[in-house]
Design a protein around this ligand. Sequence first.
Ligand code: UDP
Length: 315
Amino acid sequence: MMNILVTGGTGFVGANLCHRLIADGHRVICLDNNYTGSLDNVRDLLDNPRFTFVEHDVIYPYDCPEKLDRIYNLACPASPPAYQGDRSIFTTKTCVFGAINMLELAKKNGARILQTSTSEVYGEPLVHPQVESYRGNVNPIGIRACYDEGKRCAESLFFDYHRHEGVDIRVIRIFNTYGPLMDPNDGRVVSNFICQALRGEDITIYGEGQQTRSFQYVDDLIEGMVRMMENTQGFTGPVNLGNPGEFTIRQLADMVLQKIETTSKLVQRPLPSDDPTQRRPDITLAGKELGWQPTIPLSEGLERTIEYFRKRIGK
Ligand code: UDP
């Protein structure tokens, strides 16, 4: 049994991770300010003596009363409508101050720390599919920069703490992920399309819908995260974790419509600025270093996610 801190533990990925770590027999301290996360995502764990929720914002230092073995640093809003606009400065602070505060905590505890970075570090990619050695094409002054550059700065901090402070780090770059415990109002494409179809509302395609994404089911991601954290070769990454199946947004809408009987129609909305044209992970490195590859195809993952949203929104 290890003592494990999960920042962003009440969010979509964080809560899935907390459930996995508790099932594996660990002690879990779940930290969140509940800005985009929700206690409902971990409510079933609150009675478990191995689980503790602490309301805290990682922008501020956190001194854990228990000795920690592992820190998973997930805290950050991840959906464009949640991280942009009047939340953008808060987003950068969360990425940067959050990384410093958690790296200091890792150093003090001699704990291993994993950073959840993102495919957004590749920006509007000129290399396709994206390999870890590609340095990206991010607009540093655009509306996504608070997140993209914040996450890039966090990667830089992780490697400097590793080189200069001897902190044991792991860095993963997460591609679009979906599944149970997503917030219906999150604003991401999979949750929007499924909830719109279940409610009989218009399905909102941004732009022509020809932009592509590669969608990974959350259980695959969690397996990759744990393998990365526990790899004994000292492999720091960064490593891509994503499903290489690539779909246009229109194809995704069609798949959702095939699976849900609905009166919903496709409608077009303006494409947000700096919305990447294409995204697909090259996962050769994760295969080689972690023996990892995704196992759940989009069609099956969508069905499980539709079941979750049906119950969640009562349709
Ligand atoms: N998108 C869309 N309709 C929606 C929400 C998103 O067409 O209701 C598009 C969005 O413009 C982007 C893609 O779907 O091209 C994925 O968006 P999401 O916010 O899920 O993730 P990210 O942009 O961070 O990859």
